[in-house]
Design a protein around this ligand. Structure first.
Ligand code: B4P
Length: 190
């Protein structure tokens, strides 16, 4: 089983690159951002609460996203593997993921960490904000808060996976297809 954590700051290209990895390796895509936006679109209570955090560029509480991931893992027990996109985002989420995967003896294979300069992240997200309608992409101060939250709460995960020998840094600057090629090469050799 191939379980990939696709990692990087907001705007690093996680969602974009997940599409290529799914095609190359036949994995199931689990994006907590997409799952949360589906809840918002459906007008659920969970979605309403999550929206308040997301619109400010804050993280949604750990127990909410961990619960969503657990139910997706339970529902896909015969999968060839998963690509975790935007999850984990805190050390507690990473520990919870290890525990969930260890129940089935299918640990994380590797963390693919996209490295992109800050100004490029801001430019990409503002560009997406012009067409996506995503509230969190339309305001530069919200984007900067997302990057600050990433630096404070999410960046420590690099050390977490380095200690397990599972961290792979990948240059996330350049064309989408070049970056897809770099990711594929690393994932094939994990
Ligand atoms: P996400 O949906 O994960 O949003 P994101 O970090 O901005 O990443 P996304 O995948 O959308 O963007 P991408 O880098 O692909 O999370 C949204 C919010 O949900 C969070 O802020 C948080 O509130 C909440 N949330 C989600 N998961 C959570 C968790 N685990 N715990 C707590 N809260 C959670 O790309 C961005 C743009 O760049 C795209 O428009 C793309 O076209 C463009 N792009 C990509 N690659 C490019 C390239 N090489 N060149 C030019 N443009 C490129």
């Amino acid at each position: 089983m191939l379980n990939l954590v696709l990692f990087g700051p907001p705007g690093a290209g996680k969602g974009t690159q997940a599409e290529f990895l799914i095609k190359s390796f036949g994995l199931i895509h689990l994006s907590t951002g997409d799952l949360l936006r589906s809840e918002i679109a459906a007008g659920t209570e969970l979605g309403l609460k999550a929206k308040a955090n997301m619109d400010k560029g804050e993280l949604v509480p750990d127990e909410v996203v961990i619960g969503m991931i657990k139910s997706k893992l339970d529902a896909n027990q015969n999968a060839k593997g998963f690509i975790f996109d935007g999850f984990p985002r805190t050390v507690d989420q990473a520990k919870a993921l290890d525990n969930l995967l260890n129940e089935n003896k299918t640990p994380v294979s590797g963390m693919l960490s996209l490295e992109v300069e800050k100004q490029e992240l801001i430019d990409r997200l503002l560009e997406r904000g012009k067409i996506s309608g995503r509230a969190d992409d339309q305001d530069q101060s919200v984007i900067e808060n997302r990057i600050n939250v990433y630096n404070k709460k999410t960046l420590p995960l690099i050390e977490y996976y380095k200690k397990q020998g599972k961290h792979f840094g990948i240059n996330g600057m350049g064309s989408i297809s070049d970056i897809a090629g770099r990711l594929k090469e690393v994932a094939e050799n994990i």
